[in-house]
Design a protein around this ligand. Structure first.
Ligand code: ZN
Length: 436
């Protein structure tokens, strides 16, 4: 697949995924088009050779897998995340301002760059939980029009705006929703967008999102920008590679967790038992013993795929002096001595083999030795499912802005490497000696 086609598909995937709920729904549609069948954790599973399945948790995390026709060795798992920092709408959100306006009360979800949220059209999307005849049911909602805006304070009223700006979410970041006539209409607007009665809404998880469409830009159109590249670019690349892969001697597992931006410790986060629960059920469903499950884990491999920082053109001094990834330079392998990233000599070597096999360039990321940096999924998942793991990501700028920037070529590199990865299997020839 050419760069253009992949990039177009990526942008339309992200545009149709304004929240984690929508991202999982977009992936479900892609899987169902390829014949994947949904399994419920609350039911018995009947797994068959050649079967294609997926499981979701909370509507925001998803695991998809296939059972190969031949006997499998281990699991080849690629994990990414569905959530991004955003402003969440609070309960009873409407607030009067000056008797003239209605604004909305919001709180932070995750650690975002605040400044780029100002002065651009925003909308509201997420999940509604509505009353049904015999209980409750979840509905996706996207108001899908320019609905609210967070206006800046003019420079004339804040002469220090360009020198020392601090943002207080309760004071500075409340979005303007309407003139006073709009009072009392916010939840009705949301209910109408979802096609439900306002009175039936018993719960909601609603977020602001940036309305700006994706863009391909630069002297030779070498860059792309859109919100939520972290981490939907990796989730998309993983899924495309997963769907393109042919069966090998392992069980391929495409895995997308929610709540990475707030510590991953929810029931659907990377630190939860979700992955372990599913792998155990696959193993049991295929008639394997617990000892055989453990043997399979010893020859399993996990790629934790979460976007990576490149050297910023205006802030070169913020990057490690000897490892300086760039946009378009290929998949980034992330290292950290204190194991905030799981990469070690063995997992790096295995991943480099996969990159070389798929003819994909790669580059290295480490924080400056005097900077702490972020963390990600790999080491949290490893607490539940301890397997060889490498932390990687696609190179990007402006991480956690509502409009992030990446390279045009890199998505395709991840799709290719993911395909080769999902087709591969690990064998341990002797202690510490692996074939992949
Ligand atoms: Zn991320």
């Amino acid at each position: 697949m050419g760069d253009r086609k992949v990039v177009k598909e990526l942008l339309s995937f992200i545009e149709s995924s304004p929240t984690a709920f929508h991202a999982v729904d977009s992936m479900k549609k892609m899987l169902e088009m390829e014949g994947y069948q949904q399994l419920l954790e609350s039911r018995e599973w009947e797994l068959t050779e050649g079967g294609k399945y997926y499981v979701t948790r909370n509507g925001t995390s998803l695991l998809a897998f296939r059972i190969p026709k031949r006997n499998f060795r281990g699991f080849q798992i690629m994990a990414s995340h569905s959530d991004s920092p955003a402003f969440k709408i609070k309960e009873n959100p409407e607030m009067d301002a000056e008797g003239a306006y209605v604004k909305l009360n919001v709180e932070k979800y995750g650690g975002m760059l605040c400044a780029p949220w100002f002065d651009r059209p925003l909308s509201v999307a997420g999940r509604l939980v509505v009353k049904t005849k015999d209980g409750i049911s979840s509905r996706l909602v996207n108001v899908d029009r320019d609905l609210v805006m967070i206006p800046s304070l003019a420079i004339h009223m804040n002469r220090k705006a360009n020198e020392e700006q601090k943002y207080n979410v309760q004071k500075d970041l409340l979005p303007l929703y309407g003139l006073s006539e709009a009072k009392g209409s916010f939840m009705r607007t949301v209910a109408e967008a979802a096609g439900v009665a306002e009175n039936d809404i018993l719960g909601n998880d609603l977020f602001l999102y940036n309305r700006e469409k994706g863009s391909v830009w630069g002297a030779n159109e070498e860059f792309i920008s859109i919100g939520r590249l972290d981490d939907l670019q990796c989730a998309f690349g993983s899924l495309k590679g997963f769907l393109a892969a042919t069966d090998g001697e392992s069980i391929p597992v495409h895995c997308v967790f929610d709540n990475e931006e707030v510590g991953s410790s929810t029931k659907q986060g990377a630190a939860s038992t979700f992955l372990q629960d599913v792998l155990v059920r696959i193993s049991e469903g295929l008639g394997r013993t617990l000892a055989q499950y453990r043997q399979a884990l010893a020859v399993s491999f996990m790629i934790s795929a979460d976007n990576a920082h490149v050297v910023h053109p205006n802030y070169g001094e913020k990057a490690c002096p000897t490892n300086r990834p760039v946009l378009g330079g290929g998949i980034v392998i992330k290292y950290s001595a204190n194991q905030k990233y799981t990469t070690d000599g063995v997992s790096a070597a295995m991943f480099r083999i996969l990159c070389e096999r798929s003819e994909v360039p790669y580059q290295m990321f480490l924080n400056r030795s005097d900077m702490a940096g972020g963390s990600t999924l790999g080491n949290l998942s490893a607490n539940q499912v301890a397997v060889n793991c490498v932390d990687i990501g696609l190179p990007q700028l402006a991480m956690h802005s509502p409009y992030e920037t990446a390279g045009v070529n890199d998505t395709r590199y991840l799709v290719r490497a993911a395909k080769v990865f999902f087709e591969s299997a690990v064998r341990e020839n002797a202690a510490g000696e692996y074939r992949i």
